[in-house]
Write a protein that binds this ligand. Sequence first.
Ligand code: BTN
Length: 321
Amino acid sequence: MNEQILQLFDEASEGYVSGAEISRRLNVSRTAIWKHIEELRAEGYEFEASPRKGYRLISKPAKWQLSELLNGMRTKVLGHKVHIYDEVDSTQTIAHQLVASGAPEGTIVLAEKQNAGRGRMGRKWHSPAGKGIWMSLILTPRIPVYFMPQLTLLSAVALCRSIQKVCQVEIGIKWPNDLLIHGKKVSGILLESSGEDERLKYVIAGIGISVNLLDEDYPEELKHIATSLAIESGALVSRERIVQAFLFEFEELYALYLEKGFAPIRLLWEALSVTLKRPIRTNTPTGVIEGIADSLDDSGALTVITPSGEHLKIYSGDIEL
Ligand code: BTN
């Protein structure tokens, strides 16, 4: 039915299609039409409603442009195999299935929309249609499982650098891997892995970047804590350019990491951090820790100095700034 409604808008020479006309042509009630228009809005179609003239389709959701994406790809391996979906539960799930059927390192999965986008710590990730980068990247590093947190920090550095190169925004990393602009979250990273004999078999790096969401695209509970590149830069941003820039940065840092270890990545992370040298607070299974975030250790854990001068380490979880 949604397809048929869209076709009526394609055919409408004046732009407007009245509710009465849709109802007559498709033989459905006015209430049903309203429901379908709301569904289309949730998919990223924008309609103007005029009491006298009816509805006018103002814009369609953006679609991934595969040829544009591949033409501007400057990587050697990453992003040369691309799987694009209109709608998935989670790109992570698809990427796990692709690995099982032999997909090579560097394969990426992109979706216009996720119905069950996964965030860290069991949270949901808001992924409306055509507005963001909802991407999973397949990696097969032969490193010990306990190095995973380092890869997460590396991903945050790559993401931060790529966004800085494409948009004029002041972006920084909140430990471990949230990207913030003016204190609001614009991007998040979720690494999922499978290991064997303490070595990683594969890692799926899930990258969520809120690119072109506008205020009205956020549910009430996210409005004061989340933002997008478009909101912060004042202009729509090309998703293809960000993916190209991210994969390029990631590939360089990944090669550096596999050759020289975590030390150079740690320095880059520290330079981009908005957490270090600031008071933080976190809930751990053994109680609340408060203090000044001091540095990263070799494993990627955050060292915090408490008011009594104790040095404590935080290995996982969330911090409040
Ligand atoms: C976070 O909680 O900060 C991590 C969010 C990660 C979201 C991305 S979107 C693409 C990939 N697919 C998912 O279901 N989650 C990740």
